[in-house]
Write a protein that binds this ligand. Structure first.
Ligand SMILES: Nc1nc2c(ncn2[C@@H]2O[C@H](COP(=O)(O)OP(=O)(O)O)[C@@H](O)[C@H]2O)c(=O)[nH]1
Ligand SMILES: [Mg+2]
Length: 395
């Protein structure tokens, strides 16, 4: 599936930047265009793979390239004011060649949290292609203002996009690790999971003919109907075929038949167990999979390690677990790959503890928004004062 990716804010820009790198390394052909939008000049300069002329600095007259801090209302305002500049970068995208837009953003900050929903709304007005969001929820240790920003941004973003794919930093935080150090690994995880999912719809002509290849319309249909989506993943290393039986020798000795049966059973079992692991393991947004409206199962790996029976069994199992009547499944053949991976997209999930928590925060915040602002302002002041104290003691 070919995407036009737009990263809004720092997290959004970094993740799209990593998608571009992933795409280049795997030759997966999912990033047809990549744009970064930010109000902080330094964040744009820090990107490595997004072309320089596709990095858009907004809000210069208001914040002079210094960003909006965690003020997502200001983030939304400057996105509205400077939407033409963002559109200028999108104008250079051959939109007729993309299947969808993907707007990526951290929801806890300021620029992306406020701006991403504004951009999504704008894109939906102009284009007929679907507009998906990839929203990153903050860790619960980040503080009140981040949670509040995420709560509000989430509500708006999910309304403006055709589907909101969610990744929860809180569920992926590693204890004892600095948040910053942890982001590299987390971003790699994000890109791997969504990369396999979107890559599935991009099997090129002439590539190994698989039994039932997933195409981009199946991804689009699974995401259609809106709501919130989460992605599960599991993988297992496999040996390349050449090192196994089935060569000339085994044919001569007549040992081919039973071995092949064994292989098939083993392949099927591996697939069904990977499907369970992916669905029951850590999801990008942890939730109850029961009640998901639609699902898509993708089995990626070397074609000789994929089979229709395994995928069909996995698909049925997901139907039972979710209660959904709309579970699609297929394969994504990657000749020579060293592993088989199972990716499950669960769309229209409803039983999500973290979202309920955020909604509660948003409701309560109506009452004490000023307190939270003051608290965050005084935190900031303390921080600044501390810095000043340190400076003074230096002189
Ligand atoms: N997964 C991930 N999350 C990030 C990263 N950087 C920041 N975040 C998260 O995104 C939120 C918003 O931060 P940021 O993107 O810097 O805000 P903005 O630049 O004002 O849009 C933070 O509260 C973090 O939860 C990153 O590199 N990866
Ligand atoms: Mg930042």
């Amino acid at each position: 599936m070919k995407l036009a990716m737009i990263g809004f804010g720092q997290a959004g820009g970094k993740i799209v930047d990593k998608f571009v790198e992933y795409d280049r390394q795997r030759n997966s052909d999912i990033v047809r265009a990549a744009v970064a939008v930010n109000s902080a000049k330094a964040d744009l300069l820090g990107l490595e793979n997004i072309p320089k002329d596709q990095r858009v600095l907004i809000g210069q007259s208001r914040v002079k390239g210094h960003g909006v801090g965690a003020d997502n209302e200001l983030g939304a305002e400057i996105a509205e004011e400077d939407i033409d500049e963002v559109q200028g970068a999108i104008d250079s995208i051959p939109v007729h060649e993309v299947d969808a837009f993907l707007v990526v953003s951290g929801l806890g900050g300021g620029t992306g949290s406020g701006g991403a929903p504004v951009l999504a709304k704008h894109l939906k007005r102009i284009y007929t292609e679907p507009v998906y969001g990839l929203g990153i929820l903050p860790g619960s240790d980040e503080g009140g203002i981040y949670t509040l920003n995420a709560a509000r941004s989430f509500q708006t973003f999910v309304r403006e996009v055709d589907n909101l794919l969610v990744f929860d930093n809180d569920a992926w935080r590693k204890t004892g690790e600095s948040v910053q150090g942890g982001y590299d690994e987390i971003n790699q995880e994000i890109v791997n999971r969504f990369g396999v999912l979107f890559g599935a719809g991009e099997v090129k002509d002439g590539q190994e003919v698989a039994e039932s290849v997933v195409d981009s319309s199946e991804i689009i249909n699974t995401l259609a109907g809106g709501g919130v989506s989460t992605v599960g993943y599991a993988s297992e290393g496999v040996e390349p075929r050449q090192n196994k039986s089935g060569g000339l020798l085994s044919r001569l000795t007549g040992g081919d038949e039973p071995d092949d049966n064994l292989d098939t059973a083993h392949t099927t079992n591996r697939i069904t167990s990977l499907v369970r692991k992916a669905a029951l393991g850590r999801l990008t947004l942890p939730c109850e999979i029961e009640g998901a409206e639609r699902a898509l199962l993708v089995l990626a790996g070397p074609p000789e390690h994929l089979n229709r029976k395994g995928i069909e069994r996995g698909r049925k199992w997901i139907e039972e677990q979710t209660g959904s009547m709309e579970v699609r499944g297929g394969d994504y053949p990657i000749p020579g790959a060293g592993k088989v991976a199972s990716v499950i997209l669960l769309s229209g999930v409803t039983n999500v503890p973290r979202i309920k928590e955020l909604q509660q925060v948003a409701i309560e915040a109506q009452d004490n928004i000023e307190e939270i602002r003051e608290e965050s302002d005084s935190n900031l002041e303390n921080l600044v004062n501390d810095d000043e104290d340190e400076l003074e003691s230096l002189f």
